[in-house]
Design a binder for this molecule. Structure first.
Ligand SMILES: C[S@@+](CC[C@H](N)C(=O)[O-])C[C@H]1O[C@@H](n2cnc3c(N)ncnc32)[C@H](O)[C@@H]1O
Length: 173
């Protein structure tokens, strides 16, 4: 995975790429997140806004998977999409996000593994992820041929209603 942090001291990288799958890695990386500026992997909301906005309705219940220290959820709120729930399995970053956004009680933050989402059925209209599947699938040797473990991970993340085949095609682009 590409490393974020242009203009800042680079964060500790995992010893091996598959370290990006470990919650311990992220917990350590997010120490101090409460006192640092947000960081968006692969670009912020403005980079994707033109693509995203036509797909969203203001009343949509949006779930952000693996929110990390990103400004995306707050920027969605500011952009007129107030119903946003964000999850990450790092309790460290979730606590930091709760503290940072305490002035916006509409935004919800939960410590949760995206492979074991604990919401009632049909809780959301839109699910967004940016960089989270990259982390989950880090360590795959060949992006064109995802291992059975990788496929199992995808099965855990996607609901039964989702179009699994389309997803696999998408990640093989
Ligand atoms: C590359 S960062 C992306 C963060 C953010 N989405 C962004 O765009 O800047 C990957 C994030 O996914 C989270 N993550 C990785 N695996 C996860 C899992 N199984 N469940 C929940 N969060 C996970 C990590 O803690 C980390 O915050």
């Amino acid at each position: 995975m590409a490393s974020p942090g242009a203009g800042r001291a680079p964060p500790e990288l995992p010893e091996r790429n598959c370290g990006y799958r470990e919650v311990e890695y992220w917990d350590q990386r997010y120490q101090g997140a409460a006192d640092s500026a947000p960081y968006d992997w692969f670009g912020d909301f403005s980079s994707f806004r033109a693509l995203l906005e036509p797909e969203l309705r203001p009343e949509d219940r949006i779930l952000v998977l693996g929110c990390g220290n990103s400004a995306l959820s707050y920027e969605l709120f500011l952009g007129g999409f107030p119903n946003v729930t964000s999850v990450d399995y790092s309790s460290v970053v979730v606590a930091a996000m709760q503290a940072r956004h305490a002035h916006v009680p509409q935004l919800r933050w939960e410590t949760m593994d995206v492979r074991k989402l604990d919401f009632p059925s049909a809780s959301f209209d839109v699910v967004l992820e940016k960089g989270t599947l990259d982390a989950l699938l880090a360590g795959e040797r060949d992006p064109w041929t995802v291992s059975s473990e990788g496929v199992h991970t995808v099965d855990q993340v996607l609901s039964e209603d989702s179009d699994h085949e389309d997803f696999l095609s998408a990640i093989q682009l």
